[in-house]
Ligand binder design. Structure first.
Ligand code: FAD
Length: 507
């Protein structure tokens, strides 16, 4: 009747499948998180995500402290710390949520094996997505590689059970007891590493990290912060379909970070969107079939378009789970033969792209948004990724790694899916011969240059009409601290077509 709940990317104390299951199976549940040295040691000392995680953990600790327990935060290798903690607690079972990142799967397999060896059970359950792994399959029993039929099947099979609230009963008498002395002793004897007093959440400094601008961005991982962002989005949901593609507008939800770390449950977001649509889970398939098919159609309700975006997230998660080779290379394996630019010029171009100094204002504004805020608008992720790959000829994996380092909502499945889409190497990807023209994208999606000027103050005085073409931009060069375009788009396009033709043959 003693269980340990190990939190990872599910940092909340409500609507939580693993937590609810642990409560259903065991009388006493203790909760822990591991600051995993395998992950943290590789990060720069300033990382907004570490700060965010500590805030989310602080909230969970407060929730548990209110019922006389508390969160234990450990530091070290999870594969060692969790089994040792389970032993000190005398737990009969450890509960966790699925994480299909290949590294996480390997880690969990190791933990499960050690636990089994010490007579403790391991249970992990779906929590991060609505449908996972092999739950939504084609008629032939295969995982989907194309989104639209996946979405159709997903929407038709959704039922109330899939989005139900996995309620956590924090106040259940004796449900969350104080941490036993054995845990404090295990820490004192060095069996487990506890950076703050146990229970309790370490400060940023105790974790070995430095403060970032996270709080200036108005982003916090505590409950009030999470609710504030959700409440801010709710009234904008109806307009989502119309506004989500204009980076200067507050169109998207900005909730990606909360989905990434599980400070919100994806089930509650789907429930919210269904509410807005006035549609029950079981009706979604029919409801969707009655509205125009394309998510770009203006009549399509914002809440429906938004659900479809959340389903892209499920889609890419099942791609990673069923085709784990994508973490290493192209979904279409033959595309690993693509030859990218390398050497000093490519390195200089890559550095300019990273810093937002390519001479293409929309790309540069996008990169600066990422550096300053840890966020980049979806349209711009597509534009910027396409520019790196198809204008600079640089391998998508370099861009993927850069985004992974900087995005607050970085998620291996979605990031890899997005990059392989842009590189045309993925499932359901952009056709390789269709190449975004960064100038046209700029004119179409930021015609007035409002987004560009927000992040490139050096272009404040350039008239909007002149921002979207190399020639007109060049008229304002004198006295401007802004680089010339690194490459000519028309020439780059020709080189890119040749690069792909070498592997794919003529279009
Ligand atoms: P909203 O527009 O409000 O969408 C709501 C949620 O739906 C998002 O938070 C996200 O969870 C999901 N979603 C929306 N679009 C997509 C999509 N195309 N693929 C998968 N999920 C989606 N998303 C990530 O969560 N993490 C990443 O690391 C990531 N990297 C990307 C890299 C590239 C090159 C591209 C093109 C896209 C990437 N995306 C990634 C997808 C998408 O850009 C972000 O999810 C979205 O911009 C997050 O902002 P938001 O929360 O305001 O989104």
């Amino acid at each position: 009747d003693r269980a340990l709940l190990w939190l990872r990317r599910d940092l909340r104390s409500h609507d939580h499948a693993a937590w609810a299951l642990a409560q259903a199976r065991a009388r006493h549940v203790w909760v822990a998180f591991v600051l995993d040295s395998d992950i943290l040691d590789a990060l720069p000392r300033q990382d907004r995500r570490v700060e965010f995680i500590l805030q989310a953990l602080g909230q969970i600790h407060t929730d548990l402290a209110a019922v006389g327990s508390g969160l234990v935060v450990l530091h070290g290798r999870a594969a060692q710390q969790i089994p040792r903690l389970a032993q000190a607690l005398g737990a009969q079972a450890v509960f966790a949520s699925h994480d299909d990142d290949p590294h996480a799967l390997a880690r969990d397999a190791q933990v499960a094996q050690t636990l089994t060896g010490q007579g403790c059970a391991w249970h992990s359950v779906k929590d991060h997505v609505i449908f996972e792994r092999r739950e939504v399959l084609t008629g032939a029993g295969q995982p989907y590689g194309v989104y639209t039929p996946y979405w159709r099947n997903w929407s038709q099979r959704l039922s109330a059970a899939d989005v139900r609230d996995h309620a956590v009963d924090l106040a259940r008498p004796g449900g969350h007891p104080p941490w036993p002395d054995a845990v404090i002793q295990a820490a004192a004897q060095g069996q487990i590493t506890v950076p703050a007093q146990a229970p309790g959440v370490p400060t940023l400094a105790q974790t070995g990290f430095e403060p970032t601008n996270l709080n200036q961005l108005g982003l916090t991982g505590d409950r009030a912060g999470v609710r504030r962002w959700l409440d801010d989005f709710r009234p904008r949901l109806a307009a989502y379909g119309r506004q989500r593609d204009q980076p200067a507008l507050k169109g998207p939800s900005y909730l990606g970070v909360h989905l990434r770390f599980g400070t919100l449950s994806v089930r509650e977001l789907i429930r919210l969107a269904l509410d807005e649509l006035g549609c029950s889970p079981g009706e979604l398939g029919r409801h969707s079939a009655r509205t125009p098919a394309s998510s770009a159609a203006p009549e399509r309700p914002g809440a429906l378009v938004w659900i479809q975006e959340l389903v892209w997230r499920d889609f890419y998660h099942q791609i990673l789970a069923n085709f784990p080779h994508v973490a290493q290379g192209a979904f279409r394996r033959a595309d690993d033969a693509l030859v990218w630019e390398e050497g000093a010029v490519a390195d200089r171009h890559f550095a300019a792209w990273c810093a937002g100094r390519t001479g293409y204002p929309l790309v540069d504004a996008a990169q600066r948004q990422l550096l300053q805020t840890g966020y980049m608008h979806n349209r711009l992720r597509m534009v910027s990724a396409s520019f790196l790959i198809k204008d600079l000829g640089i391998g998508w994996q370099r861009g993927e790694a850069f985004f992974a380092q900087h995005l607050l909502d970085f998620d291996l499945a979605s990031n890899n899916g997005g990059w392989q889409w842009a590189a045309s190497t993925g499932c359901d990807a952009q056709p390789w011969f269709r190449i975004f023209n960064p100038w046209t994208q700029s004119r179409t999606f930021d015609a007035e240059g409002r987004f560009i000027r927000r992040y490139l103050p050096e272009l404040a005085r350039v008239p909007a009409a002149d921002l979207h073409e190399a020639k007109t931009l060049a008229r304002h060069r004198t006295g401007l601290d802004y680089p010339l375009p690194l490459v000519d788009h028309a020439q780059a396009r020709v080189a890119t077509l040749a690069r792909y033709e070498a592997v794919r043959g003529k279009a």
